[in-house]
Design a protein. Structure first.
Ligand code: FRU
Length: 476
């Protein structure tokens, strides 16, 4: 374990639940919380560029000679075909995953502007190490609501129906026939067909916009060109069956530099009299008005999940971090675990943390979420946090060459965590990482990487096993 350094106390969080629909309560991931990283999860005595975090929150090192899934496309953000409880559904003997993909002949760092949703399949009877088959793009060309398709989720509905949620982002010229809005959440329903030979998708209906930033709770592009609004994830709470919720990544509304975006004492979250507390004025003078990540909530007011009511965010990271991406809610034994991914370079001034997974636990969909491990860090890429935060294109000399090893982690049943390989010692990935396993203890609000899983903590590459099945005997 890392030695404890001087620093503030974390903010007390009760985990208490509030009504998800009628309450506007939101949890705050505070500066006091985020400062627990350097206080309790960083070893200041490591040699320059060594990993300074405890093993319990460090993703094991991915071998530099990792295999790639396909020569055709870069592969990054990935999600499974699920039911309303995030169970991974085998359909007629086939496993299906969806990934953002882009042609492998463009530079990896330019992939976002060419992103499409692609899919991979394999027989449910496959061995964990068996390859996935790339099925191509999910939607026909020029049918989605924008010129790029960003992350989302996919639900197996009645019969052979699949409802896809995604982010429709427009960069540069809008595609003719589209509204060209910068970022909206979208949905479309289609059909999945499985035969002995493989899986295909067809019959996608009209793509519908289901949400855009409102400028009241969620920042618009007019308010801030660097706003985020993306990554829809739907789920049901077993405590309120029949109501479908959606999480997404947003930013707190307002124009940076106006009073509305100033941090408040509650965003800082220091306990009274803490000798390590910062003042609101001090923090606001450092430009933290630009770091306003939040996790948004909406609920479906139509049974077919095409109409949604926006609700206030459930978690804010104001003056802490600008991106709380790909949020997921995992509900187990009456506890609600909220996971999100974030970067080192999106932290506000004065804060330092790794690229990776952050997690929180509470008693309901909307609750006073307590950061896991006090700080929120659950799984980070190996990094020396004693060196300044880096953007991927300009690493500090001597920094750990695995600080951007993996990203876009996706939490699966049983604590399995999937991600894509970004940069391992200079080799770019664009393919799925070995799956790792994280054990979360709700009672103590802590987590630890399970090093007994796989090979010293590294499971099979691209391991997204199904845990529920629907239809047919097919390939079992
Ligand atoms: C995470 C992410 C998502 C977004 C996608 C775009 O890796 O930033 O938030 O949908 O990548 O490529």
């Amino acid at each position: 374990a890392a030695p404890t350094a001087d620093g503030p106390q974390p903010t007390p969080h009760t985990q208490a639940a509030h009504d998800p629909i009628s309450s506007d309560f939101h949890a705050r991931w505070t500066r006091a919380d985020a400062r627990q990283i350097m206080r309790t999860q960083n070893d200041s005595s490591v040699a320059r560029g060594e990993n300074s975090m405890p093993e319990s929150i460090t993703m094991p090192e991915i071998p530099a000679d990792f295999p790639i899934m396909t020569d055709e496309v870069w592969v990054w953000d990935t999600w499974s075909l699920t039911d309303e409880y995030s169970n991974q559904m085998s359909y007629k003997g086939w496993d299906v995953i969806f990934s953002l993909v882009a042609p492998r002949d463009i530079p990896f760092d330019e992939r976002h502007w060419s992103a499409r949703i692609g899919y991979f399949t394999r027989p449910s009877s496959a061995e964990p190490d068996d390859a996935w088959t790339y099925g191509g793009y999910l939607f026909e060309d020029e049918t989605s609501l924008s010129n790029t398709e960003w992350s989302g989720s996919a639900r197996l509905m009645q019969g052979n129906k699949v409802r896809v949620f995604y982010t429709a982002t427009t960069f540069g010229e809008k595609r003719p026939g589209t509204a060209g809005k910068p970022a909206v959440l979208a949905t479309v329903e289609g059909a999945i067909k499985a035969t002995r030979d493989g899986v295909s998708f067809s019959k996608f209906g009209e793509h519908l916009e289901i949400a855009e930033p409102d400028g009241t709770w969620y920042q618009t592009q007019e308010q801030n060109p660097y706003f985020s609004f993306r990554d829809p994830f739907t789920f049901e709470d077993p405590a309120t069956p029949g109501i479908t919720f959606m999480l997404f990544e947003g930013c707190g509304a307002g124009v940076p530099g106006t009073a509305r975006t100033d941090a408040t004492a509650a965003d800082l979250g220091y306990v009274d009299g803490d000798p390590f507390a910062e003042t609101v004025d001090e923090v606001n003078s450092q430009g933290v008005q630009w770091q306003r990540g939040n996790i948004g909530l909406a609920w479906a007011d139509s049974k077919d999940l095409t109409s949604w009511t926006m609700l206030p965010p459930i978690l804010t990271a104001y003056a802490v971090n600008d991106q709380t991406e790909r949020p997921q809610m995992i509900i187990e034994d009456g506890k609600y675990y909220l996971f999100t991914i974030s970067h080192q370079f999106t932290y506000a001034a004065g804060l330092r943390g790794p690229d990776g997974v952050y997690g929180f636990v509470g008693d309901g969909v909307r609750s006073d979420f307590q950061p896991l491990n006090s700080s929120g860090v659950v799984l980070g890429s190996p990094v020396d946090l004693n060196l300044p935060a880096d953007a991927p294109e300009s690493p500090t000399a001597g920094q750990n060459p695995r600080q951007f090893q993996a990203y876009s982690h996706y939490i699966q049943p049983g604590g399995l965590v999937q991600s894509f390989i970004d940069n391992v010692e200079g080799r770019r990935g664009g393919t799925l990482s070995p799956t790792v396993k994280v054990d979360v203890d709700g009672a103590t609000a802590t987590s630890a990487v399970d090093y007994s899983f796989g090979d010293d903590g590294l499971g099979p590459y691209a391991y997204l096993p199904t845990n529920e099945r629907k239809g047919g005997v097919g390939h079992y």
